[in-house]
Design a protein around this ligand. Structure first.
Ligand code: CA
Length: 681
């Protein structure tokens, strides 16, 4: 379909092949050279390997050993709906971008692959769009052509649904809903092959194909794992067939989410057992929902080892602001519950997250990372306090309904009545875009090239948070000499602090009390005010009592299903001693206390959890010179803390003291211990 003629030299063509993203670490041959548009000369100029440090205010440390073939993808599936709604994107100089300019900006910024989702039929019987970018095949062709013309290869993401497919929903397309399973398999094969044929006929350079989207719990209306794998096999066979017929190398990608959960390992094992033919095991990984970048590395290594396939992160993102830009509440903000916003909420924090995810994937010898929807910004910027707020919101709603630029339109209720049908609206992602609410690119967009050579920005302190400190009654006051500072690298660093001497001198260490001490932390010649909430209290003789320290060597843990974890099972701080297992949960966790002065003591701890069964045993204990006292405990529900205590324990001088907890509960019991204390009565 293309009639553009592009003159290319042999060396340029070779470079284009070498630079083709979306193909992972393995070298791709030149099978995609049949169509001249796939080798757009512009792609040749974007080579970042070996770059020197770039001038930027953004602090970026280079990722050692990164090659141009490492995928730095962007999913811009809502782009056309946005443009049709009147959204304007600009370049770094403030110039308005046309479509070609937009994709060129992405490529110049280091993006080397475009991901596009495809829904079979995202509209109601009257032709009204369901929204979410209205990503039917025709939309994929149009976005795919723009990407291809900018030298960016494409990963197609088939949802095999008429709207969003994810762990909570995998509804079959309307047309397939009443098919027999055999007919559905055939339909999925035919649809995959014919859609890819259309994309190729239209000149779209598809190099990777996702057979399904976040298919942990289903695909195309099927939830049985055997059936899901049969459907995957059909999609895979269709990709291999069109690949062979068109002499194109296409990688087959299978995509799951909740990467740290063990269900993902089960799915990988099931793919092995079913001998499914694919090339890339992909996961969604959002740090605020799923875990730390370091844990991602471990899991990707495990998956790569288990499957023998390439591994990638098919979706990640991070918020750069806590504000909403369009009058539709955002998916992720500081008001969201049960999430960990471990990076700074800023353009720098967003860049740090993306860099860390790329580093994690690189550390696991993975092939790349895609950023999800960096261009999904407000149609018109909505300020709830502005005089014209109601009019702006009405105009936004009209655009979402008409062009599908919101996450769902009211028409989606016929297909997804309980979610889209109720909560339809605008962009829940505008605070995770890499363009500001007015369409100007954020400096974080350039993270995709800055990771090669890093930047010239100096390491600086972003923020010093106030601290709390405890000191024992009768102990000399000793305030911390350093405080943790969040650096623009995304990591915390201990920097020196000086505390107000008058306030420190006024502290009475002989009585329980709470004080606030002002401090001045300093890094590289700049001062940062910091406050210390000081509590003079009884000495707690238990070490690492709330599991906040990574070094767990003071705790002797014997048994199964128990570990120090950072999640929303904690009582205070960030961590707790969490338990769960799919077999009976049985363990003891104890520590030996030495150097405790003779006296009378109280032992306490906190426990919450559930599903432990009526015969479960939870017990707090203390053993002094071989003689043991216990206090029973129990679990009832999440964050409902029981507080077992053993009061008045006589401890003689030089005694051998062991404190601990014992758990003996049925399979799938879950919960956490936290905040142990052993203090003088
Ligand atoms: Ca929003």
């Amino acid at each position: 379909m293309f009639n553009r003629k592009i003159k290319i030299t042999v060396s340029a063509l070779m470079a284009a092949v070498l630079l083709s993203g979306c193909s992972g670490n393995s070298s791709s041959d030149s099978t995609e050279n049949n169509d001249p548009v796939n080798n757009n000369v512009e792609a040749v100029s974007y080579k970042f390997e070996g770059s020197a440090a770039a001038e930027s205010e953004l602090y970026v440390e280079p990722i050692a050993g990164l090659t141009d073939s490492f995928i730095r993808g962007a999913d811009v599936s809502t782009y056309l709906s946005q443009k049709e709604s009147g959204v304007v994107y600009k370049d770094f100089d403030g110039n308005t971008l046309d479509d070609a300019g937009f994709f060129k900006l992405l490529a110049e910024s280091g993006v080397n692959c475009i991901r596009i989702r495809v829904w079979n039929d995202p509209k109601d019987i009257d032709g009204n769009t369901y929204g979410g970018g209205h990503n039917d095949l025709e939309t994929a062709v149009r976005i795919g052509k723009l990407a291809t013309e900018a030298g960016l290869p494409v990963m197609i993401d088939f949802h095999y649904s008429d709207f969003w497919a994810d762990p909570s929903k995998q509804k079959a397309p309307k047309e397939w809903a009443h098919y027999t399973f055999d007919n559905k398999k055939q339909a999925l094969f035919d649809y995959t092959k014919s859609s890819l044929k259309t994309l190729f006929d239209e000149g779209v350079n598809v190099t990777m194909v996702q057979v399904g989207n976040e298919i942990n719990n289903g695909m195309a209306g099927e939830t049985d794992l055997t059936r899901i794998n049969e459907l995957i096999a059909q999609g895979s066979a269709a990709v291999r067939e069109i690949s062979s017929e068109t002499s194109r190398e296409i990688k087959i990608v299978l995509h799951y989410t909740n990467a740290l959960e063990n269900g993902v390992i089960e799915k990988a094992n099931a793919l092995n057992a079913a001998n499914i033919d694919y090339d890339v095991f992909a996961v969604s990984f959002y740090t605020f929902w799923h875990g730390t970048a370091a844990k991602l590395t471990e899991r990707l290594k495990e998956l790569k080892e288990l499957t023998g396939k390439e591994v990638i992160v098919a979706e990640t993102s991070y918020i750069y602001t806590d504000n909403d830009g369009d009058g539709n509440a955002n998916s992720v903000s500081t008001e969201s519950t049960g999430i960990a916003l471990d990076y700074d909420i800023s353009v720098q924090g967003q860049a740090n997250e993306v860099r860390d995810i790329m580093q994690s994937v690189k550390n696991a010898d993975g092939s790349g990372v895609f950023y999800w929807e960096p261009a999904w910004i407000p149609v018109e910027v909505y300020d709830p306090n502005a005089a014209n707020a109601a009019e702006v919101l009405e105009r936004n709603r009209t655009a979402w309904e008409t062009y599908g630029s919101g996450w769902a339109s009211s028409a989606a209720k016929t297909y997804d009545p309980s979610d889209a049908g109720v909560y339809f609206g605008g962009s829940a992602w505008d605070n995770q875009a890499m363009f500001d609410f007015n369409g100007a690119p954020l400096e974080s967009l350039r993270i995709f090239k800055y990771v090669f050579g890093g930047t010239t920005a100096k390491l600086e302190t972003v923020r010093v948070d106030n601290i709390s400190h405890e000191s024992g009654i009768g102990q000399p006051l000793s305030l911390p000499e350093t405080v943790p500072a969040l650096m623009n690298s995304g990591a915390y660093s201990d920097i020196p602090v000086v505390w107000n001497s008058e306030q420190s001198a006024a502290v009475n260490t002989d009585e329980a009390n709470i004080y606030e001490i002002d401090g001045k932390a300093a890094f590289d010649g700049t001062d940062y005010p910091v406050k210390c909430a000081l509590e003079i209290k009884k000495i707690n003789y238990i070490k690492n009592p709330g599991f906040e320290d990574l070094d767990m060597s003071v705790w002797a843990i014997n048994g199964n299903g128990v570990a120090r974890e950072q999640d929303n099972n904690k009582r205070s701080g960030l961590f707790s001693l969490k338990f769960w297992d799919d077999k009976p949960v049985q363990f003891t966790a104890e520590q030996t206390i030495t150097g405790i002065p003779a006296g009378t003591y109280d032992l306490g701890a906190y426990l919450q959890g559930g599903d432990a069964g009526s015969k479960s045993v939870f017990e707090l204990y203390i053993t002094v010179n071989g003689s043991t006292l216990t206090a029973p405990s129990k679990v009832s529900s999440w964050q409902n803390w029981d507080n077992p205590v053993i009061n008045g324990v006589e401890i003689p001088e030089g005694a051998e003291v062991v404190i601990g907890v014992k758990v003996d509960a049925q399979a799938k019991a879950w919960g956490a211990w936290d905040d142990f204390s052993l203090t003088e009565s």
